[in-house]
Design a protein around this ligand. Structure first.
Ligand code: COA
Length: 400
């Protein structure tokens, strides 16, 4: 008689009554202590290293935020200058990386292309044999500096254009826009891009940070850990939601159609609002509030009718979400709801929104890798096995 696993055999996964104790999706599981980020999901608060996201959004740059996340304190002016200079010095890619970028099939999603190019850049690292955690900061500076170059080069090549080489006289955000569009961005665009990188830089133990930490916990190399993060970020339930949100506004098509669309697709339970809902936030995502203000400004001042239309659709859809899903079930609009409209206004192709998220989030991934691996324990959870045991093996020819 085949045996079923007994509660006794499953003791690591059952409670005192012998019932399975499973946190599906690792909900509310704390894998470590941390000093990097705190999300107060009930009071709409987010802190990086103790500083509120509102203060960082108003006063900080991406460069300063990355320093804060990695080294645990705001840099002095000299520390920031030195850190910024290192980033500027590391922007250029080896020629071989451009060759690989040109070889990637044009129908590849930019996140998948980013995954390949990032991995290849790791292969070109002259210090790739050095795996220890003490080598992570210098590798992180190099890769954080290079990701915008990779993303911009991929975007241009996909569009049939030549990559634009990085400039070291521009800020991280400004240089990225310059490489993407081939012309120096305005102050307003630079500030909006920089702000978006600050808002996207970190968010505790989300799926991509966890992927990075899982890979890092095996004492694998830095590039593998970051590629793991990129892979997780690509999905529409995580970073890919910013692209899906704009596609959803486009699909709705007009302000007149929002209520009907919401009724047919969301109230019916057929689909989810992209850019709404969150595992941790049960109130309004504070990053969405900041992005929303910027989207509004672009809608009012850019003079691009399409931006205004998207904003109006998003505004009405958000009213419905907040009045119903948020009110009754804590499903409120999140960071990915509004960010796409800001990027859209800066003439950035929709499929580049998630790669931009990656350009920012490498700061958070690296911070978690440094923190977790500095007191490492390999990540190795269990599953509650509910299959059979001791089945009789039947030879292949005798199977019915
Ligand atoms: C982010 C997300 C994956 C969190 O998932 P989660 O915590 O595991 O929540 P679940 O998938 O278990 O959903 C719980 C319930 O809320 C509903 N729900 C969650 N997000 C929803 C959304 N955006 N629109 C409509 N309903 C939603 C689910 O349908 C489910 O309903 P049910 O209990 O009737 O089956 C989820 O909210 C989602 O898919 N959002 C859309 C994608 C997105 O914006 N991702 C970016 C996150 S920053």
């Amino acid at each position: 008689m085949p045996r079923k696993p007994t509660p006794d055999m499953q003791k690591w996964c059952v409670d005192e009554k012998g019932q399975p104790r499973i946190n599906k999706g690792a909900e509310n599981v704390c894998v470590d202590e941390s000093e990097i980020c705190f999300i107060d999901g009930f009071h709409s608060k987010l802190y990086y290293r103790g500083y509120s996201i509102e203060d960082l959004a108003q006063h900080s740059t991406f460069e300063e935020t990355a320093y804060l996340l990695w080294f645990g304190k705001l840099p002095t002016r000299n520390e920031l200058k030195e850190f910024d200079q290192k980033l500027r010095d590391n922007r250029e890619l080896p020629e071989a990386a451009y060759d690989v970028i040109r070889e990637i099939p044009k129908d590849t999603h930019p996140m998948e292309a980013l995954r390949t190019a990032t991995s290849f850049v790791g292969n070109l690292d002259p210090e790739k044999q050095k795996l220890g955690i003490e080598y992570v900061p210098s590798k992180a500076i190099s890769l954080t500096a290079k990701l915008p170059t990779i993303v911009a080069a991929l975007a241009r090549v996909k569009d049939g254009k030549e990559p634009v080489k990085p400039r070291s006289d521009l800020s991280h955000a400004s240089n990225f826009l310059y490489m993407l569009h081939g012309e120096e961005p305005s102050e307003e665009w630079t500030r909006s891009m920089d702000l978006s990188l600050v808002l996207y830089a970190e968010h505790e133990m989300n799926a991509s940070a966890f992927s990075t930490v899982v890979v890092g916990s095996t004492l694998s190399d830095y590039y593998s850990a970051i590629v793991g993060g990129i892979g997780a970020l690509r999905g529409p339930l995580h970073g890919g939601a910013n692209e899906e949100a704009v596609k959803q506004f486009n699909e709705i098509g007009s302000l007149d159609n929002v209520d009907k669309w919401y009724q047919e697709n969301i109230l019916s339970g057929k689909r989810r609002v992209m850019g709404a809902g969150h595992r941790v936030y049960k109130s309004y995502d504070p990053r969405a509030r900041i992005f929303r203000e910027h989207a509004k400004r672009f809608a009012e001042t850019s003079g691009i009718p399409e931006v205004k239309k998207l904003y109006d659709i998003a505004f009405r859809l958000e009213e419905l979400v907040m009045g119903q899903l948020c009110e009754t079930r804590g499903i409120c609009t999140n960071v990915d709801y509004w960010s796409g409209i800001v990027y859209y206004a800066m003439n950035i192709p929709i499929e580049q929104y998630t790669p931009i998220f990656a350009i920012a989030r490498i700061a958070g991934w690296t911070a978690h890798l440094l923190e977790y691996v500095s007191r490492n324990r390999i990540v190795r959870p269990r599953l509650y096995y509910k299959g059979m045991l001791d089945l009789e093996y039947t030879l292949v020819d005798k199977r019915g």
